[in-house]
Design a protein around this ligand. Structure first.
Ligand code: HEM
Length: 354
């Protein structure tokens, strides 16, 4: 009999034991899930409008990170930067850039390119060494691609993003950002080389004052008067220093943005960003004029920067003081690389610009 009852009794006792063990665990779980639900409810309530209101008001939290401001999820003064950048700087920059482009188009249309007054003699004068040209075109390429990628980062969301597939936009802006970040430091290096190579011939003197007073002989009653100039005229010297000063500011602020590992705060980054945009804008507007003069505005200028040599008439008309210095000095140190690589009987070897 007992043996018959053994199995159910064992089963019953097992069940009781199981209940005895499971019940408190279950109760604990129930308690925990109740607590979880309560926390979740609180978080839900907190992560609602009130929560974000607090975060947006700049309230500080706690973090193990030691970096400045890492305990602030949303920085209130950042709003000021955002408004300055998006509502003021970006539209003003667009107006300035389109304004500069419109002005050179008008200049071409109304004033027209500056042609040589005399006939070309066919005699070539060395003006830019191979090193000068390599430096110039490297700088031009770096600057223009930086400008293009930078403008894409600022304005791409307006003129490209709404009209192309999201993936294409994503890749474009990603490539623009990476390119801009990596090429920036190269621009700084080239800027230092440009300064070292051309600073001497870019120092202003009285001749430049005269040149400015006659508006470079480019417009109005002065057009075609060919005011006196050294190797570089007043306009070129001004452009050179504009490049050096604003280029250095753009490069320095760019490096602060590129390497945020020196304890820069959000304020430092915001200020650097605005300064970077402003200096880049000045450079872009300035170089719209330079590129216009180089490509369309002055007959014979581009061939100098492409081949290294200019026609004697061009040298006489645009840089008479330099021409007078070098015309009778064929044995002075010329541009050795250029002379060696392109033996040209009509080439007059002259002193290389410093
Ligand atoms: C398509 C673009 C460009 C063209 C066609 C161009 C053309 C020229 C030409 C023809 C000259 C020689 C002028 C002369 O012999 O007196 C020159 C000089 C120069 N260019 Fe450019 N350029 C371009 C872009 C740039 C850019 C983007 C920069 C810098 C950001 C630059 C910086 C300079 C400098 C510093 C000089 C020397 C000016 C001096 O001090 O005499 N160029 N360029």
């Amino acid at each position: 009999m007992l043996s018959v009852l053994r199995a159910p009794i064992f089963a019953w006792l097992s069940l009781l034991m199981a209940l005895w063990i499971i019940a408190p665990i279950n109760a604990a779980f129930a308690e925990e899930s109740k607590a979880d639900k309560q926390v979740a409810a609180e978080v839900t309530q907190l992560a609602g409008a009130d929560y974000w209101r607090e975060v947006k008001s700049g309230v500080e939290g706690t973090t193990t990170s030691q970096w400045p401001e890492h305990n602030v999820l949303i920085s209130v003064p950042g709003e000021t930067w955002f408004i300055l950048k998006e509502k003021w700087m970006s539209p003003a920059a667009a107006v300035a850039i389109f304004g500069s482009i419109s002005m050179v188009v008008l200049m071409y249309w109304i004033v027209g390119p500056l042609k040589l007054s005399g006939e070309r003699t066919g005699k070539k004068i060395m003006r830019w060494s191979r090193m000068d040209r390599a430096l110039h075109w490297s700088m031009a390429f770096t600057f223009l691609t930086l400008a293009f990628s930078g403008l894409m980062l600022v304005y791409g969301k307006h003129f490209m993003k709404p009209y192309v597939p999201t993936e294409l936009w994503g890749w474009t802006v990603y490539i623009a950002k990476q390119y801009h970040n990596y090429m920036g430091p190269l621009f700084f290096v080239l800027l230092i080389l440009v300064l070292l190579k051309w600073w001497r011939k870019s120092i202003f003197n009285k001749t430049d004052v005269q040149w400015f007073m006659k508006l470079g002989g480019m417009v109005g009653k002065h057009k075609g008067t060919h005011p006196s100039a050294d190797f570089s005229n007043g306009g070129e010297k001004a452009l050179f220093w504009l490049l050096i000063v604003f280029g250095a500011i753009a490069a320095a602020s760019g490096l602060i943005l590129d390497f945020p590992i020196f304890g820069q705060t959000r304020r430092d980054m915001e200020l650097s960003n605005l300064i970077h945009m402003f200096s880049a804008l000045i450079l872009i507007c300035g170089f719209v004029f330079h590129i216009y003069i180089g490509l369309f505005g002055m007959e014979g200028a581009l061939e100098g920067m492409v081949t290294g040599k200019v026609d004697e008439t061009w040298a006489k008309e645009h840089h008479d003081k330099w021409y007078n210095e070098v015309k009778d000095n064929p044995d002075a140190a010329g541009s050795p690389e250029a002379n060696k690589s392109q033996p040209d009987p009509s080439l007059t070897r002259h002193k290389e610009p410093s």
